[in-house]
Design a protein around this ligand. Structure first.
Ligand code: SF4
Ligand code: SF4
Length: 362
């Protein structure tokens, strides 16, 4: 991977370069208070783009997997039904995507494109996507109390899956190219060669940063084993499930959740559309079958499904990573305090200390 240095004052020129190349660039902005969001960059808002800010709760995965997406349109005329698939293939760049969310997109790539069946809608969104990763290096603004990318090995500096990575070194930024498209930007005169001192500074900043994370879930590997082997007692899942209010928030904010449902709806007197919409395993409709039977009627049966999907070895082998990238959003939004770090801790306490005989008899 090639690296270059650029002045702090030139960082947003990367956004300009991408826009000149025809990309719709989305970047992070501040709303009111803690509210932060990704939005399309225009001439009017370009100077308000933020490099350091709390990661938006609404993850940028929506740019490859929209929360609601039209798949096809139907029209009834002359006694016939006409079906027209709807494909969108935007040329888009996400500027300022965090390392955890980058890992989330890689997870979605594995899920939607990594096997025999390729999801054409996802593929269209992904095809012309340019990813500019910004390393979280400002302890006060970038790293929230709930972040734990250090435990999922996804941050604070991503090692791959970006086109270009930017890291704040103070008065200068280091840019690392992850793809030929990223490297092509280095032809612009804003970039210059770096020195050994820049690399030393990068390492020193990252070493210090890793000590500043407040959430640490060092029991991930044991939890993966417990979940995979079915060691977790039913009463532990019940305790976890009893705290769930079935709001679906944990799923909707998760950059690595992949589930959706499909429905048809009228959009005019003789027109209909088929849409896919994010779905959440916490919601009872998620597993309800035609005829009304629900094999996962109890909340805890649905909650354990979430953690099985995220932590069981079978899925990790299939997607080459856990379906948790350590963003901490579920911990921030859950009313019942059963985000990922809390659940890992609850499982550790209840399972690590349980008597083997009790487990055997369960
Ligand atoms: S955010 Fe918490 S309360 Fe809401 S569905 Fe998820 S686990 Fe349940
Ligand atoms: S499970 Fe929670 S912490 Fe992990 S990626 Fe999803 S929202 Fe983030």
């Amino acid at each position: 991977m090639k690296a270059r240095i650029l002045d702090r004052a030139d960082v947003l020129k990367i956004v300009d370069l991408l826009r000149q190349q025809g990309y719709e660039v989305v970047a992070p902005f501040y709303g009111r208070g803690r509210d932060t969001f990704f939005d399309t960059v225009t001439d009017q808002n370009r100077d308000r783009i933020q490099i350091h800010l709390p990661n938006p709760y609404y993850p940028p995965k929506r740019f490859v997997f929209p929360h609601i997406e039209r798949l096809m349109k139907f029209e009834r005329s002359d006694g016939q039904i006409h079906i027209e698939p709807v494909y969108e293939q935007p040329k888009r760049a996400i500027f300022g995507i965090r390392s955890c969310d980058l890992a989330g997109i890689y997870h979605l790539d594995r899920f939607y494109l990594g096997r025999e069946f390729r999801d054409v809608y996802y593929e269209n969104h992904r095809k012309n996507l340019f990813l500019v990763n910004v390393v979280c290096s400002d302890v006060d603004r970038d790293i929230n109390d709930e972040c734990f990318c250090v435990c999922t090995d996804t941050g604070p500096a991503a090692r791959d899956h970006f086109d270009l990575q930017l890291m704040d070194l103070g008065s200068e930024f280091m840019a690392v190219a992850g793809t030929p498209a990223g490297e092509a930007l280095f032809a612009d005169p804003i970039f210059r060669k770096g020195e050994a001192a820049h690399i030393e500074k990068r390492h020193a900043i990252l070493d210090e940063l890793r000590k500043r994370f407040k959430t640490t879930t060092s029991w991930f590997s044991a939890t993966v084993r417990y979940v995979t082997q079915g060691d977790i007692l039913e009463k532990t899942w019940e305790e976890i499930g009893n705290r769930c209010l079935e709001c679906g928030g944990c799923t909707y904010v998760c950059p690595a959740c992949t589930c959706f449902t499909v429905s048809d709806r009228p959009i005019g007197p003789n027109e209909f559309e088929r849409v896919r919409v994010w779905d959440a395993c916490a919601l009872s409709g998620f597993t309800r079958m035609a005829g009304g039977h629900n094999p996962r009627k109890a909340v805890h049966d649905r909650r354990n499904r979430r953690f099985f999907r995220k932590l069981a070895h079978f899925f990790i082998q299939r997607e080459l990573a856990m379906a948790c990238v350590g963003c901490g959003r579920c911990a921030a939004v859950c009313h019942g305090d059963i985000g990922m770090p809390s659940v890992v801790e609850m499982i550790r306490r209840a399972t690590g200390e349980v008597d083997k005989h009790e487990r055997a008899s369960h």
